[in-house]
Structures are given as C-alpha cells and as structure tokens.
Design a protein around this ligand. Structure first.
Ligand code: GMT
Length: 373
C-alpha cells in the first residue's frame, strides 16, 4: 500500500505512534509518506520506503495566525496526487482529519481517510465550541476511525454524539528495543548509595500532574532512600523545580529534560509514576512496562486498560498522593512482590501491546477501508 501519514512532529504520544507505525509499515514493504511541518522526532535515521514532505505555509501581514489547515490540505493533495497515495492516515484529529477531508474533496472519493484519535483531540481541545462542529464532521467523514483505548472510543461516541464505527487499536511498543538492559554505570551515577529510583516521563503539561509525582516522591523518600528522575520538558517544568526547592528535595530529584535514549534510563529505574489528570492510553507507561517497570498511576481514562491493579502496578484516584505513595513504598520494600510485578509488566507488554500484533491490526483496518467495509 501507499500510505500518507499526517501527524505532529513534536515530542508527544501521537507523533511517536505515527512515526513508529510508519517505520513498522515500511519494514513490511509499504511505501510511507510523512506529511508534517517538521521531521517527526523518531524518524531519526534513514529507512528505505519512507519519504518526508514538509508543509510550507506562507505568512502574510493580513494573517494574524498561521493558516496550517489549508496548507496541510494542499500538501496532502500534492503528495496524494503525485505519489498515488491509497490512504491518508490522520493522527490526532485536529486539524489533520479536517485537512484530509478537504484534500479528499479536491481529489475525489478514491482517496481514503483513516483518522486515529489519540487523546486531548477528543477529551479536551476538540470539545472547545470553536472546534467541536468541525471535529464531529471530520471524524464522521473519515472512512475509518480508530481510537487508542476503549475509554477514548466511548468518550468520542458520547461527547460528540457520533454514530460511527470506531475500532480500538491500542498504542504499541517495540519489545525488542524496549527491554531491560544492564546499565551498572548509569545506575551508579543515578543512585550512588543504592537508593531506589522512581521515574516519570512526559511533556510536562498540566494534565500530567508532574507536581503530584514530586509530592508522591517526597512521601516515599521519608520512608526509604530514593531518587527521582524526571524526563521531558514543558510548561510545568519551572513550577516543578520550584516545588522541589520548597520541599527541600532538590538534591534527590534530577530534571533530565528531553531524552532520546530512554531505555537506558528506564532500565536504571525501579518504578514508573503516572498520576495524570487525563490519559487516553499512557504510551510512556507502556514503554516502562516493557522495560520491566511496575507502574503506579491514577485511574483515569485508558490507564486501567493498561495497568492491571495488583498485578503490573497499582492505580488510585486522581490526586490521591498518599495512596500512590503507599503503593510505591509497598512495592519498593517487598522484593518478591516487586519481582512478580516487574515480570508481569513485561509479560503484559509482550502479550497485549507488542508492535507486530498491533501493526497487524492497522494493516487489517486499512484493508477493510480500501475494500469499502
Ligand atoms: O492528548 C495528548 O496529550 C496529546 C497526545 C499526543 O499527541 O501526545 O497524547 C495522547 O496520545 C498518546 C498516544 O496515543 C496516548 O498514549 C496518551 O495517553 C494521550 N494523552 C492524553 O490523553 C493526555
């Protein structure tokens, strides 16, 4: 198949899923054309069968805001026409599904659109009155729609009052790349006194509740010797640094910023924290599980579909810092339970969310869309 992928290129779950999916499809012999305003983060090396088309958008004194939606639509038209694309896969509905719809109107019905709903495109941003009608329409006009969790599918159907068949295709992980590796040097640098290591990876938006991560760690640290690794960057970073200083724990917390080599850091850690306010799936928690890390998370969104309470980690109400800290301490002080959870976490990633399995589901979905089912 010839597949065009329209996605955000930045540090974020939808761009990661789009890039990893494109790479996996290219390895299977499909021709993949990425369309975005910058090179997607994870397309960092040359892979045959993968092409990248940059969306250019002109500025003009009259335009107070960049007009990305029509510029993206024009680029989709150009790529689809000249590269003879079969399917445009729009990742994150705003504005990708809308631009794809526009392109289809220009090119005709033979161009098929698959839209994957990722999270805040449905639960937050898409609900804004200024987006909602366009979102609903663009989703309804897609030939195929997938959502990354059962939770997100239900939210879409109810919030947008959509009567559309939505296929749940979860996030996935490359279990050969994401696996525990031996990292004695890094571990020694991170935790020189043999401390336990807690880790959190995100884009530091308010929705991730990174301050809760710090408060959970503060409670844990009072009971056991521990260090906290914070990976990623974003709007909440300064507030988080301030909080660490206020709590007097700044020497035990390392802000590592955006990191591309995450496996080594996960392998040097013991427990992953994800106390999000909203999370349609939780890709970074899955990547941690594949590296044998139990996860302590909030119970929101799709997280209970990923984290099995009492088997691969624990879940608690949003903001219940005491409980999440209690669960963390329980795991970090009980060696046999910890080992069982760590191995269960890896097993669940391998059995339910491994790349081969999920990419098969996307291929099947494309085929159904092309067959008009
Ligand atoms: O909604 C977002 O936060 C943005 C989105 C992204 O593009 O980074 O993240 C979402 O998509 C990921 C990949 O499908 C999911 O694993 C995340 O759970 C989801 N984030 C939220 O729902 C907050």
């Amino acid at each position: 198949m010839k597949i065009g992928i329209a996605c955000y290129p930045t540090y974020g779950g939808s761009g990661v899923v789009a890039s990893e999916l494109g790479k996996a499809l290219a390895e299977r012999g499909h021709e993949i054309h990425f369309i975005s305003y910058a090179m997607p983060m994870r397309l960092d090396s040359f892979i045959g069968n993968i092409f990248y088309h940059e969306v250019e958008f002109a500025s003009y004194p009259l335009f107070e805001f960049p007009l990305y939606t029509p510029a993206l639509a024009s680029k989709i038209v150009e790529v689809a026409k000249f590269e003879k694309i079969d399917i445009i896969h729009a990742h994150y509905a705003i504005p990708h599904a809308t631009s794809a719809y526009l392109a289809k109107q220009i090119l005709g019905d033979h161009l098929k659109i698959v839209t994957t709903l990722h999270g805040t495109d449905i639960t937050l941003v898409g609900l804004e009155p200024s987006f909602l009608p366009v979102m609903k329409f663009s989703i309804e006009q897609s030939d195929g729609v997938t959502a990354v969790s059962r939770f997100l599918k239900e939210k879409t159907l109810t919030n947008y009052n959509i009567e559309k068949d939505i296929t749940v295709i979860t996030n996935f992980v490359d279990i050969n790349k994401y696996k525990k590796i031996y990292t004695p040097d890094v571990r020694k640098r991170v935790a020189p006194e043999g401390e336990k290591v807690l880790v959190h990876v995100s884009n530091f938006r308010a929705v991730k509740r990174v301050q809760d991560v710090i408060r959970i760690f503060d409670v844990v640290r009072k009971k056991i010797q521990a260090k906290l690794l914070l990976v990623g960057d974003g709007p909440e970073r300064s507030n988080c640094e301030l909080l660490c200083r206020e709590l007097g724990i700044e020497h035990d917390v390392q802000f590592l910023g955006k990191q591309s080599e995450i496996v080594c850091l996960l392998s040097s850690s013991d427990l992953f924290l994800m106390p999000s306010q909203s999370e349609s799936f939780g890709l970074s928690a899955l990547e941690a599980m594949a590296c044998e890390l139990p996860v302590v998370s909030s119970s929101v969104g799709g997280l209970p579909e990923l984290v099995v309470h009492g088997e691969t980690g624990y879940i608690a109400e949003i903001g219940d810092i005491e409980r999440m800290a209690k669960y963390s301490i329980e795991l970090l002080t009980n060696d046999s339970r910890y080992k069982m959870f760590a191995s269960n976490a890896r097993k669940r990633a391998v059995e339910k969310f491994n790349k081969e399995l999920i990419v098969n589901q996307y291929e099947e979905h494309y085929q159904q869309v092309l067959n008009g089912k």
